[in-house]
Design a protein around this ligand. Structure first.
Ligand code: MIG
Length: 836
């Protein structure tokens, strides 16, 4: 690559007047340099100066918008309506009554090819939906019974309306732009915008300009963009009504969400077709249900993956792994999984073990398993260029690696040194890669972790001219960069499913694209051990959930930098109520296991990890909902209270599942906070107090404010050391009087039998009336959850009930006047009444 220093490069860029480039962080400059360096046709690396000049020239010749023009005529081909415009064709296709696809093609570019996208779930099928076309002299309208799309004739613009004729999203221009395309939409004043994958910003992205280009920033400050996982999916909320927009393009793209012009959203793809999907609401769950029908849903993870997990870059050698595991059990801090980071490998060669550090992997993993620990191992995409190393030799011999235009396999430096990168857009490569997991599975590894799959390469990215098979279609890396990580995850997940049919083998992934939820869960990459990152992790996870990825979490305690006791406690409190709950930290940083800072921190962390285990039945049900309908596990308040505009930008509190509202503490020394309680009544989880509207919450170090929605039944289990101790003898049902419905899903927690009906679904109905409280329990499904007893705890009672009836028979309970709770034990029941 020649040698140059980044300071030199920046100086040259500045001297050439390429200010905007020089002013950006060095990382994008790295990328541009590498791309230019491997410009099409270049076989010899260009001189540094030549490269910089070319960059400067390109920066000056930015392509201009070429609008689609006026609507001239239209043609209907089955489910597609082609709108012939002056400069191109716009195709509208209603896929479902609340989902319309629109695509653009330049005039003279020939017919629309069949849609091809890795984002789409191959299992999703669309029955033709009835639609109507109406035209007048200014416009043409396509309507289904849930959504209407009006096309203005001059200039051609698209607007979407709900069945009542109220606007959801009105159009600005759209058209072509260089090799790519653009689309402009209007924004109304109080319109909130969410999604776009992993964005290091507050929840409401309105007013930001954001890039779609998966990038490893190595560690990111709040506001750095882009980072590791970009998903071009937006969820909008205005006047209580939601809609969604998914711009399906795997190359580089940019969203301006009202930054350049407050009333305008602009999407710009730098290459490829404009292919977009518009999702009708009216609610956010409606949008997500359709979006995940299109791009797929998460498979239910094994129950153990919901347990607490401990990681470190890296626990090694074997002795250290054993010590960490033993400490958890000795200190009685629950834990289900230990992660092995890159040092378990032999010189960072993927799919190998370091024989000195880990002389007997099956023995180690079996011993851990006997103590209730699963082991998760990391796998990176880079394969060390090292003759004699089997994966390398096979990969080269079988032609598995990405190539430069001159057909030589591309090499780039990562942890192992120079590496080759599998071309995961080729089915034969995916099949090969997937099978490489077999020896690790046989050794007892229970889950995997795909890192660096942007792909991250030291000092740059994969050059834009690298060639991909792209399922026989052929594409350059620049055109499809954002799906590299998705296809690596797919290769891994498909392999694991083949090798362990009928089991749920979890896959933790860093980068990807729309549809990644079909293959794995995600963590929010390399955060820092700071209070700002504790807060940021919440908004990132909320937006991931709104981008179709319900199973996510940040590194608890922070990855880079040194954590301290108070930060670890506050972060563990949040983590206990985050879908993925893993403490992970970087090499060189201070150790941050739950005991690392002594007392009182250790005891408080233990208590919160215990609470996580107590909440398992409730959490598992929230995961089941996500797997069924795409509803996130961790939800912004605006998802459930869209009529309440005060919730639109709220991200210092959130909902977990249907019943819980968490209000984290995000500042050092903070011991109280204000909480906003939307909708009806809530109960303080700690005191049982019934509240409405605003609450001033006490938050001593051991307490994070937590609330339960009135009308909920919260199913809880006992404290356990790991999920292998499930099921308990007694299930606790905490009842919070009010009106509402609650669910409990149960299955074996590890196999796919639930898909064939082997589950039990319980529905609770809570009612309060003049007589008091009535709760109904209805059970369906053949699965036996394994406990026969219930402990019922009714909260928030004013006095001892005059009568307690279980299935019409009078029952005994104990009332605690101080906590105002009633407790009673019972076998299976259908109807509970507390007559007051
Ligand atoms: O270049 O494997 O985000 O979780 O510990 C750093 C070492 C590579 C980045 C991951 C991080 C992991 C680390 N990896």
């Amino acid at each position: 690559m020649g040698s140059f220093s980044w300071k030199e490069l920046l100086a040259v860029a500045r001297s050439l007047g390429a200010q905007s480039m020089a002013n950006r962080a060095t990382y994008p400059l790295h990328q541009r340099f590498y791309e230019a360096h491997y410009a099409p046709g270049a076989t010899e690396p260009r001189s540094l100066l030549g490269t910089i000049k070319a960059m400067a020239r390109r920066a000056e010749s930015r392509p201009a918008d070429e609008p689609l023009g006026d609507l001239v005529s239209y043609q209907v081909h089955g489910q597609a309506v082609d709108l012939l415009c002056t400069n191109g064709v716009l195709r509208l296709e209603p896929l479902a009554s609340g989902l319309i696809r629109f695509r653009l093609r330049r005039a003279g570019a020939g017919d629309f090819p069949p849609v091809f996208s890795y984002a789409l779930d191959p299992g999703s099928t669309w029955q033709p939906v009835p639609f109507e076309l109406e035209e007048d002299h200014t416009s043409l309208t396509l309507s289904t019974h849930r959504l209407a799309c009006r096309v203005d004739r001059s200039p051609c613009r698209l607007s979407f309306y709900d069945p009542q004729g109220r606007p959801l999203s009105e159009g600005g221009g759209l058209g072509f732009r260089g090799e790519g395309a653009y689309c402009i939409r209007k924004l109304v004043e109080a319109e909130a915008l969410y999604g776009l994958g992993e964005k290091a910003f507050d929840l409401n992205l309105r007013g930001r300009a954001l890039e779609m280009w998966n990038t490893d920033p190595q560690s990111y400050a709040p506001g750095v963009d882009p980072i590791n996982l970009c998903i071009p999916t937006l969820v909008a909320l205005r006047d209580g009504r939601a809609y969604g927009l998914f711009f399906d393009n795997p190359g580089r793209a940019r969203f301006d969400l009202g930054q350049a012009c407050p009333g305008q959203l602009r999407y710009e793809a730098s290459s490829g077709e404009l292919c977009a999907y518009f999702f009708a609401g009216p609610s956010i769950p409606d949008v997500l249900e359709r979006y995940t029908q299109l791009t797929g849903r998460m498979a239910l993870p094994p129950r153990w993956m919901l347990g607490y997990q401990q990681s470190r870059w890296s626990y090694h050698p074997e002795r250290q792994v054993r010590t960490v595991a033993a400490e958890f059990r000795r200190r009685r801090i629950p834990c289900d999984a230990i992660h092995l980071d890159i040092h378990y490998m032999d010189g960072y060669r993927v799919f190998t073990w370091d024989a000195r550090r880990f002389p007997d992997p099956p023995g180690l993993l079996a011993d851990l398993r006997a103590q209730g620990f699963r082991t998760i191992a990391i796998i990176d995409p880079g394969v060390k260029a090292d003759p004699g190393y089997q994966v390398h030799d096979e990969g080269l011999a079988l032609d598995m690696f990405c190539k430069l235009p001159d057909s030589t396999p591309f090499q780039g430096p990562v942890w192992p040194g120079q590496c080759y990168f599998p071309d995961f857009t080729d089915p034969k490569v995916r099949a090969w890669w997937g099978n490489l997991y077999e020896p690790l599975l046989d050794a007892g590894v229970a889950g995997f972790w795909n890192d660096m799959n942007e792909p991250a390469i030291f000092g740059g990215i994969m050059p834009g001219t690298v060639c991909h098979a792209y399922e026989g279609r052929g594409a350059t890396h620049g055109e499809i960069h954002n799906v590299y990580g998705l296809q690596m995850a797919r290769a891994s997940a498909e392999g694991l499913r083949r090798l362990r049919p009928g089991e749920r083998v979890p896959l933790l992934v860093r980068a990807g694209y729309a549809g990644l939820q079909r293959f794995g869960l995600v963590w929010t990459a390399d955060n820092l051990s700071t209070w700002a990152h504790l807060r940021l992790g919440i908004s990132i996870c909320l937006n991931l959930g709104l981008s179709g990825l319900p199973f996510c979490g940040p590194d608890i305690g922070g990855f880079a930098g040194d954590c301290d006791g108070e930060l670890l406690v506050r972060w563990t409190q949040v983590g206990a109520l985050t879908p993925f709950f893993r403490n992970h930290s970087a090499i060189g940083s201070r150790r941050q296991e739950p005991w690392a800072f002594g007392e009182p921190y250790e005891s408080i962390c233990r208590r919160w990890i215990e609470l996580r285990y107590e909440l398992l039945p409730y959490l598992y049900t929230a995961f089941w909902q996500a797997a069924q309908t795409g509803l996130p596990v961790m939800r912004p308040l605006s998802l459930a209270y869209p009529q309440d505009i005060r919730t639109y930008s709220l991200d210092d509190q959130y909902l977990l599942g249907d019943a819980l509202l968490a209000a984290p503490v995000g500042q050092p020394g903070q011991r109280a906070r204000q909480v906003y309680l939307p909708g009806g009544a809530w109960y303080d989880f700690w005191t049982g107090e019934r509240l409405n509207g605003k609450a001033a919450a006490r938050a001593p170090l051991e307490r994070m404010p937590l609330y339960v929605r009135a009308g909920s039944v919260l199913p809880m289990g006992p404290v356990m050391q790991h999920t292998g101790q499930w099921p308990p003898e007694t299930l606790k049902l905490h009842i919070y009087p009010g009106e509402g419905e609650s669910w409990l899903h149960e299955d074996d927690g590890h196999s796919l039998a639930y898909r064939n009906g082997e589950f039990q679904l319980t529905r609770f109905n809570c009612e309060t009336n003049g007589r008091g409280l009535a709760v109904r329990r209805q059970v369906e499904g053949p699965f036996d959850p394994g406990y026969a007893q219930f402990e019922i705890i009714v909260h928030g009672l004013e006095a001892v009930p005059r009568q307690i009836l279980v299935d019409g028979h009078s029952a005994e309970g104990t009332f605690d006047g101080e906590t105002r709770t009633l407790r009673l034990a019972t076998g299976p029941w259908e109807q509970l009444e507390c007559v007051c």
